[in-house]
Design a protein around this ligand. Structure first.
Ligand code: 2AM
Length: 185
C-alpha cells in the first residue's frame, strides 16, 4: 500500500537557506534538505485503485503557477513541541490549489481532511525538546525569510509505508501553466 501525499517542491537555493537553520536545538531530528517539501494534501496509506484514481483526479487541475515565499519559523505542538517549521507567506493561489486538491481527493473516495490547512515546511521533528528550548532556538535564530520562488508544478509523492519519513518518491508531476498569459489581459 503506498503512503501518498501531494506537495510542492522546495527549490535548491531555498533549501540551502533552510539547511543553515539545522542544529542548535536539543532533541531535534533534522529533515534532510533534499526531503524538504510543502504538503498540500496528505492522502495516507491507500490501495492501488484509490492511488490511481487520486493520480488521475490530480491531472484535472488547470491552474496557473504562482510565487511563494517562506516567512518566519515556528513550532507545532505548544507545550509539547513536535515539529519545527518554516511558515509560508499568505498566498491565495496556494490556498485555492490546496482546496482543489481537497475536493478532488474526496471525489477519489477519501475521507475529508478534518484539520485546517496550515502551510509549512517541516525542518525538524522534535522528540525531547522542551518548549523553552524551542523558544530559545527561535529567538536565537531571529527572523527567517526566504527568497521568493516560483511554483510551476505540484507533485504526487509517496513515502515509505507507515513511517512517513523521507526519502520521498515522485510518483507523478503536474505542471501549473501560465494560463494568465492567454488572452486575459
Ligand atoms: P508534516 O510536514 O507536518 O510532518 C509526508 O508524510 C507529509 O505528510 C509530511 O509533510 C507530513 O506533514 C504529512 N503528514 C504525515 N502524516 C500526516 C497525517 N496523519 N495527517 C496529515 N498530514 C500528515
Amino acid at each position: 500500500m503506498p503512503r501518498l501525499f501531494t506537495g510542492i517542491e522546495i527549490p535548491a537555493d531555498v533549501a540551502e537557506s533552510l539547511s543553515m537553520l539545522r542544529g542548535g536545538l536539543p532533541g531535534a531530528r533534522w529533515v534532510q534538505p533534499e526531503n524538504y517539501h510543502l504538503t498540500l494534501r496528505f492522502i495516507g496509506d491507500v490501495d492501488d485503485v484509490v492511488a490511481r484514481e487520486a493520480a488521475y483526479m490530480l491531472g484535472q487541475v488547470r491552474r496557473e503557477g504562482f510565487e511563494l515565499r517562506l516567512d518566519d519559523l515556528s513550532a507545532f505542538g505548544g507545550r509539547k513541541p513536535r515539529a519545527l517549521v518554516a511558515n509560508v507567506a499568505p498566498s491565495q493561489p496556494l490556498m485555492d490549489l490546496q482546496a482543489e486538491h481537497e475536493r478532488l481527493m474526496r471525489r477519489a473516495g477519501l475521507e475529508p481532511e478534518g484539520r485546517k490547512y496550515t502551510p509549512h515546511v517541516t525542518l525538524a521533528r522534535l522528540r525531547d525538546s522542551s518548549s523553552r528550548q524551542v523558544a530559545e532556538y527561535l529567538s536565537a535564530r531571529g527572523m527567517f525569510r526566504s527568497l521568493p520562488f516560483q511554483v510551476s508544478r505540484f507533485v504526487l509523492f509517496s513515502s515509505r509505508a507507515s513511517t512517513g519519513g523521507g526519502p520521498y518518491i515522485e510518483e507523478a508531476v503536474y505542471p501549473l501553466a501560465a494560463y494568465a498569459a492567454i488572452g486575459t489581459r
